[in-house]
Design a protein around this ligand. Structure first.
Ligand code: TNX
Length: 503
């Protein structure tokens, strides 16, 4: 556990209203509460009711005239909910199942944090809450390629994601340093691409692991977006199958340095087919609507020097390697579309992004660039500007911060993130926002938690679009919220240091 300085000089955290985080759109409280016990009855749609049982740790027997009623209500927008608790009953109305689950996860914060640690709920405070998220995509990226993260940790992260009413887990499954998804037709992707190496334990997910993760996420209203990187960030795959690379005669190992590897895919038809098959298998394992095909940081050196790539360029009538890259991404995006899924790619694809793809701009704060209005069409975006959302950056400029990427993104920086959205009349939509846990410098799950929290909590407010009353108000609520993270044993970075040195 992290040690914390006792804070006698801190403002007291009010017990009521509970410090909800993200803060709901509208909330009114009343004194008194609704007592709950093992005989408390409930009724409503099954997925949310089952989740409510888990959250309150009560059996909640069903009854026609229940104390806790869950219901769908067409007048509430998608993912929105309304919660009314008086001294005798509670009613949770949701625009859809996702709205009900959001409401249930607010209820998880209305009960004392000891309930998160396994105790039974004994009461709900009297409240009226009317709430809905600003964005439909409220994501967290976890890089399991640089350092493999075991399934139990992913399930724990999913508990923390839904507690913050976030709804996307983006799994970065492949990179230069590891390939973490078992593809039965190409076993070496994992037996070689995810093997243990010196100072590196290795590991990969089987189909059964993915099934566990996806089902656990779905019960919590979270969908999982798998990412298979191409045509760069693929050295682990090239190590496993040298024929995918530009120099089959010179095999390379799985990379054990950080940065951008020069070893990219070749542009043979067999390589396109290989990745088509990988994407087909990935789509079979992940039922969600999106499939991420990477596309970031692809150095063209090998294509420039490869007679085969140059020949391919000429045959296709291209004048530069960038056209070859666009061609590659479009072919694989087309395959994703044919699989009935929506492709997602990093912003490097720019104006040349495959039609219908969702683009994640990570270099720019403004989603209009480089999507290129001049291209005559805009893409839907998920905004991930690194300055605000990269939780692998240091949390302060103190010299005793653990080793991390050099850049600094404080808690206050994350809280100041104002996501770009197109102006009225401009094409395209901002589907949402996402924060990123790239794990080059996070070898252990404790370390991931330290880097993620409490910044992920600030990110959740932005993603939800909570009403803002300034950073001080947020930190006051965060203090109360940290009690929940304590109850769950989260290894977060203590607040005092951030407070003192945050910008
Ligand atoms: C850039 S963001 C990357 C990742 C690194 C990250 C480190 C993106 C698409 N590419 O490969 O892990 O920076 O901050």
């Amino acid at each position: 556990m992290t040690t914390r300085t006792p804070g006698s000089d801190r403002p007291a955290v009010p017990a009521y209203p509970p410090a909800l985080l993200p803060r709901p759109r509208q909330m009114a409280t009343d004194s008194g509460n609704l007592p709950l016990d093992a005989s408390t009855t409930a009724a409503g749609p099954q997925p949310a009711l089952d989740r409510l049982r888990e959250v309150l740790r009560l059996p909640l027997p069903e009854h026609r005239d229940p104390v806790l009623r869950l219901e769908l209500d067409d007048s509430i927008p998608s993912e929105g909910y309304r919660l009314v608790v008086d001294g005798r009953r509670a009613r949770l109305s949701g625009g859809d199942d996702a709205g009900l689950l959001n409401g249930v996860h607010t209820i998880a914060q209305l009960v004392p944090s000891r309930v998160l640690a396994g105790g039974r709920a004994t009461a709900l405070p009297r409240v009226r809450i009317s709430d809905r998220p600003r964005f439909a995509w409220r994501g967290v990226l976890l890089d399991v390629a640089r350092h493999f993260m075991p399934v139990p940790f992913i399930l724990r992260l999913l508990d923390l994601i839904c507690l913050h009413r976030l709804n996307v887990l983006h799994l970065h499954l492949t990179d230069d340093q590891g390939w973490r998804l078992e593809i039965p037709r190409y076993p070496r992707l994992t037996t070689v691409g995810a093997a243990a190496r010196a100072n590196h334990p290795g590991g990969w997910y089987t189909a059964a692991d993915i099934h566990t993760i996806v089902a656990y996420a779905a019960r919590r209203g979270v969908f999982v977006v798998p990412e298979i990187e191409m045509p760069g960030h693929v050295q682990a795959a090239v190590a496993a199958y040298p024929d995918l690379g530009n120099h089959p005669e010179r095999p390379v190992p799985v990379w054990d340095a950080w940065g951008v590897s020069e070893h990219i895919l070749n542009v043979e038809e067999s390589t396109v087919n290989f990745f088509r098959h990988v994407l087909t298998e990935t789509a079979r394992l992940f039922p969600g609507p999106y499939l991420h095909i990477g596309g970031d940081e692809c150095p063209f050196t090998q294509w420039r020097e490869s007679p085969a790539a140059q020949e391919r360029m000429r045959t296709l009538g291209f004048t530069g390697e960038h056209q070859l890259y666009t061609w590659f991404m479009r072919r694989l995006a087309g395959h994703v579309t044919a699989l009935g899924r929506r492709p997602v790619c990093w912003s490097e694809t720019g104006a040349a992004a495959p039609p219908g793809a969702v683009v994640m701009p990570w270099r720019e704060v403004d989603g209009a660039f480089p999507l290129g209005q001049e291209a005559g069409r805009a893409h839907d975006t998920v905004m991930v500007p690194h300055q605000y959302t990269y939780l692998d950056y240091r949390q302060s400029d103190r010299t005793d911060e653990p080793v991390a990427q050099q850049a600094v993104t404080t808690l206050a920086d994350v809280y100041s993130f104002q996501p770009w959205v197109p102006s009225p009349g401009e094409p395209g939509r901002t589907l949402g926002v996402q924060c990123a846990l790239w794990t080059e410098f996070m070898p252990t799950t404790d370390h991931v938690e330290y880097m993620a929290f409490p910044r992920l909590s600030a990110f959740a407010e932005i993603a939800w679009g909570s009403p803002r009353d300034g950073f001080t108000e947020f930190v006051g609520r965060l203090r109360g919220h940290l009690g929940r993270l304590d109850a769950l044993g989260v290894q977060y970075r203590p607040l005092d240091q951030i407070e003192e040195y945050g910008r």
